[in-house]
Design a protein around this ligand. Structure first.
Ligand SMILES: [Zn+2]
Length: 409
């Protein structure tokens, strides 16, 4: 068990297989098609479907199809019957969303500077934000499956804690999952924000064939979430994707790991700010300020670059090339065919950086004669971490997984 907490699939493996098939059939699906698609017996399908209808998770619709034959009865997911809450904990801002079973955002909220640097304050602020969100949504509490928490890595998945959190440097380990569950009375799952973002993309894409992609998260740090053969990879301790210390062939400021060539430092807000101050984009006596002010400055730098300021474009372009070179090596190791960029910094960078990243990744990809690498922006915007948190809950409750196969049916 790597993930520490499991919400428990809604009603076992067969039910998860059937719910998954109904969820993916947006036009509705008949019982006979469910038999074909799942390989389960008509009797099992019938029993499980009756239970799903009784529980309000699925409804029956009479549908008239064109051509001869009587109208058929199709089953459809009752998308608002259950909901999931996602929280993305970022050093600057806490983002919350509530998703229905279709992965659609039905309520959202943002709060600045969560918790004022104290673990108790942090969990109390999260719990209060959850209560506010539930009250504002008007959703009955019993319909909420749970909370998914997307936190900056590294995380201690077994303890449900963040380790050396950037928003609370004086604390080495801050347990969040259990206190948040205690305060809200709801089950809580936790994962790294980069992995949660990858889960969100997997839910949003709805592709039938197994996917292979890397989600690159650009925020206060640089991290990656990995999906191979349709499965989200986590690693031995759920800390996969720490790509910020990949070496680059240019000197960048000293990293906290002790090296002078870490790609993460090329993207570091302090590094970018200093370069901007040296070239006169910001006044030479300007200061980086707190995380909030630093973020604003970097957004300004990106905007100037996009608007045509040559010095700003050179700074941002250099950072994009270094990130592209690193991501190309990740792509070479994993042989994915898609890279998705997102995170709080991405919106400002997208226009300028996307062509540079595409070029760097595809020219350095060793197997480019076999297939290209699609380089795209996340369609989920700045909420991708929070949506990912909620998708952890949907995934845990609804998706049939390999672990379910081991348990049998
Ligand atoms: Zn480093």
């Amino acid at each position: 068990m790597q993930r520490g907490t499991n919400l428990g699939r809604l009603g076992g493996y067969n039910q998860a297989v059937i719910l998954d098939a109904i969820r993916r059939a947006h036009e509705g699906i008949a019982r006979v098609e469910l038999v074909e698609r799942t390989g389960l017996s008509p009797q099992t399908i019938s029993n499980v479907v009756r239970r799903l209808v009784d529980e309000g998770l699925v409804r029956e619709d009479r549908k008239t199809v064109s051509g001869p034959g009587k109208p058929r009865t199709v089953l459809q997911l009752e998308v608002s019957s259950r909901l999931a809450i996602g929280i993305h904990l970022d050093p600057v801002v806490m983002t919350l969303v509530m998703l229905n079973l279709d992965g659609e955002v039905v309520a959202r909220a943002r709060h600045d500077n969560p918790g004022a640097g104290q673990p108790d304050g942090m969990t109390a602020a999260m719990a209060a934000a959850v209560e506010e969100l539930i009250a504002a949504s008007g959703i009955e509490r019993h319909r909420i499956l749970g909370i998914g928490l997307a936190a900056p890595g590294p995380i201690d998945a077994a303890e449900g804690a963040v380790v050396d959190p950037p928003m609370m440097r004086e604390w080495s380990s801050v347990p969040l999952r259990e206190p948040l569950s205690r305060l809200t009375g709801l089950p809580v799952l936790m994962d790294k924000d980069t992995t949660a973002a990858a889960v969100a993309e997997l839910w949003a894409s709805g592709r039938q064939e197994p996917e292979n992609f890397v989600f690159v998260y650009l925020g206060t740090g640089l991290g990656a979430g990995v999906v191979l053969d349709g499965a989200v990879l986590r690693g031995a301790s759920s800390n996969i994707g720490e790509i910020g210390h990949f070496p680059v062939d240019e000197e960048v400021p000293l990293c906290e790991c002790g090296k002078r060539n870490c790609v993460g430092m090329a993207l570091n807000f302090g590094t970018l700010f200093q370069q901007a101050a040296e070239t006169g984009i910001f006044p030479s006596d300007a200061e980086l300020g707190d995380r909030h002010q630093a973020t604003e400055s970097i957004i300004t730098l990106c905007r100037k670059a996009v608007e045509g300021d040559a010095a700003a474009a050179a700074i941002v372009g250099r950072a994009a090339r270094l990130v592209g070179g690193t991501v190309a090596q990740v792509v070479n190791i994993l042989d994915v065919d898609r890279v998705i960029f997102g995170g709080p910094l991405w919106n400002g960078l997208e226009e300028l950086a996307l062509p540079i990243l595409h070029q760097e990744i595809n020219t350095r990809f060793v197997s480019r004669a076999i297939h290209g690498v699609e380089v795209v922006s996340s369609s989920l915007g700045f909420e991708v971490g929070a949506i990912g948190g909620a998708c952890l809950v949907l995934d845990d409750a609804l998706s049939p997984k390999a672990s379910g196969l081991l348990l049998g049916s």
